[in-house]
Design a protein around this ligand. Structure first.
Ligand SMILES: *Cc1c(COP(=O)(O)O)cnc(C)c1O
Length: 436
């Protein structure tokens, strides 16, 4: 019989493990090595099975018990809310790292006096949306709407179509948020049809704002009508009330692949006074809410006392700036990945898995945008199909892989997986024990 201690993983092999390599960058080489040596020692004394050494080291890492873990998103859902929506670009990650230290976020180094908070991020937003006179950043799109409703309509009315009273997810209902600001909703039209006359009849002296919401996560088909922003804007201008648009999904300019998704620039050009959107959806940046529009309105919102409670930290500002001014985001890359390239990656991964004796096959697949965006839009994709039973095991792999189970098979959809993560995906599948 061989001595089980001979199967204790070697130090250099453990140090090279992706999660421990990452841990070395975070906590330093010496600390990680000490944890490895301690776990090996336990195994040598017979207190720990050699196969559990890696798990023991991972468990003993500082803060890892409650910490977030990097996950490979093989679901085919580009913006997976439970996986934190948009992953940041390498440029945004670097900016976050830099911003985490002491920075000039609110200091003018030229004069030594106070500077406009986040001015470089605001400049990046201005360059990205020239149609906006001004911009402001808050914690998320819900906060942007709460700020607009509070500053413009508290104690008055928000005119909104019944077809746009939406629930976004996890029980979050937009109307509840709006009413919580002290504004009342003046609902107009019907679920499926709202006309310009409906709005015209409802706007009055109590109207604080008219709100146009993009119903981002569902679509009504059939006998429907709604009022385009351009016509609504004309009416609002005549009546002297601001038109606020919740575009939701984070596009600053039109995206040809998603022709039904509204974008900030188009709505502003059509006459909306203020447009809100999310930072961590199709924009591909950090969680935040963006407000664009007329300088006078943006300033009113910025000066409102509530704005202070909704303001973002320096790390968000840095990530946002790098996202807006930087190279294409991972979200953009995923959206635009060609089906042939995805298919080639799936074929190659499946072949490499078959070489190791794993039953794997490249198949066609269908991805979606997710994050409550682009309902009904299907993005043709490619996946590696494995035995359905493996999906649960993969969630506990290193790194964890979130797959999709379809027709009894486990699909690893590659659209939301950056190509550079293919090797990590392969290792995770290969590391799964053959029979559980
Ligand atoms: C996602 C979404 C919201 C909420 O945005 P958060 O950034 O998650 O607060 C609001 N409105 C619409 C139309 C959305 O799509």
């Amino acid at each position: 019989m061989t001595d089980p201690r001979r199967s204790i993983p070697r130090t250099d092999a453990l140090l090279a493990h992706p999660r421990l390599a990452e841990a070395r960058r975070r906590f330093g080489h010496a600390q990680v090595k000490a944890l490895i040596v301690a776990a090996q020692e336990h195994a040598r004394k017979g207190d720990l099975p050699p196969s559990d050494v890696l798990a023991a080291v991972l468990e003993s890492l500082p803060g890892s018990a409650a910490g977030l873990r990097p996950v490979i998103n093989a679901t085919g859902v580009l913006l997976h809310t439970n996986l934190g929506r948009a992953p940041l670009s390498a440029a945004a990650r670097q900016a976050v790292e830099l911003a985490a230290g002491v920075t000039d976020v609110e200091l003018d180094l030229g004069t030594g006096g106070r500077g406009r908070r986040g001015r470089t991020a605001l400049a990046a937003l201005a360059a990205a949306v020239p149609a906006a006179e001004a911009a402001h950043v808050v914690n998320n799109n819900a906060a942007a709407l709460a700020l607009a409703a509070t500053a413009l309509a508290a104690g008055g009315e928000i005119v909104i179509s019944r077809g746009e009273l939406i629930e976004i997810g996890d029980g979050f209902r937009l109307p509840d948020l709006l009413v919580s600001t002290g504004a009342r909703l003046r609902e107009v039209g019907m679920t499926n049809r709202t006309s310009l006359a409906d709005y015209a009849g409802a706007i009055g002296p109590r109207t604080g704002m008219v709100l146009k919401v993009h119903p981002s996560n569902y679509r009504i088909e059939g006998f429907t009508a709604d009022v385009p922003v351009a016509r609504l804007a004309e009416l609002c201008r005549e009546r002297g009330v601001p038109l606020v648009g919740d575009a939701g999904s984070g596009l600053l300019t039109p995206e040809p692949l998603l022709p039904r998704e509204p974008d900030v620039t188009t709505w502003l050009n059509e006459g909306a006074d203020l447009v809100t959107t999310s930072g961590d959806k199709l924009l591909g940046g950090p969680q935040c809410g963006l407000l664009f529009g007329r300088a006078e309105l943006v300033e009113r919102l910025r000066r409102h006392p509530l704005a202070r409670a909704l303001r973002v930290d320096k790390i968000t500002l840095a990530a946002l700036e790098a996202t807006v001014a930087g190279p294409p985001t991972p979200t953009w890359e995923s959206l635009h990945a060609g089906q042939a390239a995805l298919r080639a990656r799936a074929e190659s991964l499946a072949a490499r898995l078959r070489d190791k004796g794993i039953d794997a096959e490249a198949v066609g697949s269908q991805s979606v945008v997710g994050g409550g965006g682009a309902p009904g839009v299907v993005l043709p994709s490619a996946a590696v199909a494995l035995d359905g039973a493996i999906a649960a095991v993969l969630r506990r792999a290193e790194p964890p892989v979130l797959a999709r189970v379809e027709g009894g098979r486990c699909l690893l959809d590659l659209r939301a997986v950056p190509a550079e993560d293919d090797d990590a995906l392969l290792d995770a599948v290969l590391g799964v024990p053959p029979e559980e």
